[in-house]
Design a protein around this ligand. Structure first.
Ligand SMILES: Cc1cc2nc3c(=O)[nH]c(=O)nc-3n(C[C@H](O)[C@H](O)[C@H](O)COP(=O)(O)OP(=O)(O)OC[C@H]3O[C@@H](n4cnc5c(N)ncnc54)[C@H](O)[C@@H]3O)c2cc1C
Length: 384
């Protein structure tokens, strides 16, 4: 990382340059300093999109990520769904950004040939008690400007999706799926073409706000992370460190904690169905949302792989391995691909929703066999 920065600035850094005297709180008193125009912290999808846009506007961007590549955290562990914008409170930023963002995202995917499909989504009511909630979602979606929403009677929804059993469903034709890796790769390419510098394996340890300037202290990941190796003084900083963003902001001296939103962590797991030759659904199928999430839903990826999830388990922090093994009874099997086979004992919702032919996988009497997806577990904040 340091050599890379040196090359970029046309500077030669000798080992002696990086020798520093440790000061209090692990920050060296004689750490080398660099002024830069713009720093984006985190190369997840948010940081990449920000870096691309700022570089297109002529800013000189340096993007730092603690991992060895882009998009290795939440941005590669999600449902890959392009949301329509139904759920959010009208006039909220989430509602506005989701609706506008969807339009821009589909346009971007078409223009740059990113694989995507507008396969549509059904939000289903499995009993009459859920119908008022479905009506509310229809109302919210309409207020948010989501076009083409349609309320379907159960039999119409079941004609569309024969494996489904429901009493009513909200059809959102604008919802879809995309290949998030191709999307991120395209953002990286564009940012690089606009002279953005990427520095991986570079962790931002902390910072200091001083006379309206931010000073960031960075180190190479895994090496002397207790000590800063370089002090960067950018004109503009974007903190897009994902789940680490709030914790990092709290380590910025001089930034009042009241500006830092609180964190609420949840853990979620995905599961893929085994034993089916073809996907049981053509569309995304979601239950009525539950507190803290959209509910365990069925998503398809562009290869037709069916995923269930994520479930939601509230936890204390991101290093909490939590009660996953308490919640599910795990049975390890050696399969040709040596994946773990998990027996899920709690999947009540899908027993209600899925009809007989698929029910054999999910019937409580013959517990479902579900392959734990390799991309399956994920940390999430409340926003998922
Ligand atoms: C289970 C789940 C399902 C989801 N499904 C969908 C969906 O279907 N559709 C949708 O639109 N959204 C979905 N989301 C939300 C979406 O995935 C996230 O909003 C998005 O990926 C967040 O991207 P990010 O760039 O903010 O964070 P991340 O992808 O986590 O990137 C943050 C980066 O910052 C780096 N970093 C952290 N701390 C530091 C540091 N101190 N120094 C340097 N680098 C640092 C990390 O290494 C990481 O690369 C889902 C989220 C979850 C959890």
């Amino acid at each position: 990382m340091l050599a890379y920065l040196g090359r970029r600035k046309g500077l030669r850094f000798s080992t002696a340059t990086w020798r520093f005297v440790r000061g209090v709180s692990g920050v060296a008193e004689t750490t080398a300093k660099e002024r830069v125009d713009t720093i984006v912290i985190g190369a997840g999808v948010v940081g990449l999109a920000v870096a691309r846009e700022l570089s297109l506007r002529g800013r000189e961007v340096l993007i730092l990520d603690a991992a060895s590549s882009f998009g290795t955290v939440t941005s590669s562990r999600n449902s890959e769904v392009v949301h329509a914008g139904i759920y959010y409170p009208p006039n909220s930023l989430k509602a506005k950004f989701c609706v506008r963002g969807r339009e821009l995202l589909y346009r971007y995917c078409s223009e740059y040939e990113i694989p995507y499909k507008k396969i549509g989504k059904l939000i289903v009511a499995t009993g009459s008690s859920e119908i008022p909630k479905l009506d509310l979602l229809m109302h919210l979606g309409t207020l948010n400007g989501v076009s083409c929403l349609r309320m379907l009677e159960g039999f119409d929804a079941m004609r569309m999706e024969p494996q489904l059993r429901c009493v009513k469903a909200l059809l959102s034709p604008e919802s879809g799926i995309l290949d998030t890796h191709s999307f991120m790769l395209s953002l990286v390419g564009e940012a690089e073409n606009n002279h953005t510098t990427f520095s991986y394996n570079t962790v931002v340890l902390n910072g200091r706000v001083e006379e309206k300037k931010m000073h960031l202290f960075v180190a190479e990941t895994g090496l002397c992370e207790a000590e800063a190796q370089l002090e960067l003084i950018p004109s503009l900083v974007v903190n897009s460190a994902g789940l680490g963003a709030q914790a990092l902001a709290k380590r910025f001296q001089g930034l009042h904690h009241r500006f830092v939103p609180s964190s609420h962590y949840a853990r979620g797991c995905y599961f893929t169905l085994s034993g089916t030759k073809s996907a049981p659904f053509n569309k995304l199928v979601y239950p009525i949302p539950e507190e803290g999430g959209l509910g365990v839903h069925v998503t398809l990826d562009l290869n037709g792989l069916v995923k269930f999830g994520p479930d939601v388990e509230w936890i204390e922090g991101t290093d909490d391995q939590s009660s996953f093994l308490n919640k599910y009874t795990e049975r390890r099997n050696s399969t040709p691909r040596s994946e773990s086979i998990i027996r899920i004992s709690k999947m009540d919702h899908w027993n209600l929703v899925i009809q007989a032919s698929v029910l054999s996988f999910l019937d409580q009497n013959s517990l479902p066999q579900i392959l734990l997806s390799g991309r399956g577990d994920s940390w999430s904040s409340r926003s998922c």
